[in-house]
Design a protein around this ligand. Sequence first.
Ligand SMILES: [Zn+2]
Length: 363
Amino acid sequence: MPAARLSRPNEAGARAPLRLMPTTPQLASLPKAELHLHLEGSVRPTTAAELAARYGEPIAPEEVAARYRYTDFSGFIEAFKWITSLLRTPGDYALVTRRLAEELVRQNVVYAEITISAGVMLRRAQDVEANFAAIRDAAAEQPFRSLRTAWIFDSARQFGSEAALDVARRAAALAGSGVVAFGMGGDELAHPAEHFRPAFEFARSRGLHLVCHAGEIGGPGSVRDAAEILGAERIGHGIAVMHDARLAESLAARRIVLENCPTSNLCTGALARQTGKPDASLADHPLARLAERGSLVTLSTDDPGMFHTDLLTEYSRAASLGLSNAQVVKLVAQSFHAAFLPPEDRLALAGNLERAAKSSGLL
Ligand SMILES: [Zn+2]
């Protein structure tokens, strides 16, 4: 068993017993899945600068850093818009896919459902099918053979219901090519869920799975609408259910999963907003409490390039919230159980995880 580091999970409680935290090598040794991961949000500042230079818009490192610094959700959306403005050709998408796949392989992520902002591509009058072919081919290259990928086409809520339906149609047309789900992100407060019922119903009728960002900056009602009106099987973030125990129970009873992304919630100000604490820190994140009370929670990075994080860091941070090693392993397993994969594949991946956890000393 690799050397484990000692840590106090609760620095405020001086009498809290010292506890073994998983080490980075232990976390790295576990096969993992990423279920909430935006391709465009994976773009690191160096890659953004490279793309800007490619288009004759060279930008100083300090200016890139400034663009990657935000304290609220609208600032984050502005940065996301800037990054997507640099993704103009299938070749650009292939480049950022390779960079992301390298990072995932490095962290022993063996399965990723990667969200593509097809709604943004359509808004920019791009060829979604050509972009997707380049993305899929890049992810299938030889160096990434240990990584299995599936794709989620995402609509942006603020672009409205017709645009969402267009994304759902594109997703359905590519369902045989690796697109497994249709989802919606963007500005959660922009339009009521009811407007998007046709898009979600169409996607479901074509056999796609359904996901929806909700309860990130919106309240519990937004999560309830995503589940009940839109039929979302997984909720992006969903941290607002911390305010509504009955809703949390009812989601768990229906096996609806909450895709938690703690660092993202800190960086966008979502956690400060949900907790009413302007100086909210990771310790205020509800992940551990939700998991403890029976919610089905997964852990993801959301936009690792934009939030200066990666999945290993997220697991390390989750452990610091007070999770035991067994609970950390359970959290990893939950991403396999919640994957849009055939049941036998989910079980096989979870079995591999259990074996790796035992040999690393985490179980
Ligand atoms: Zn997201």
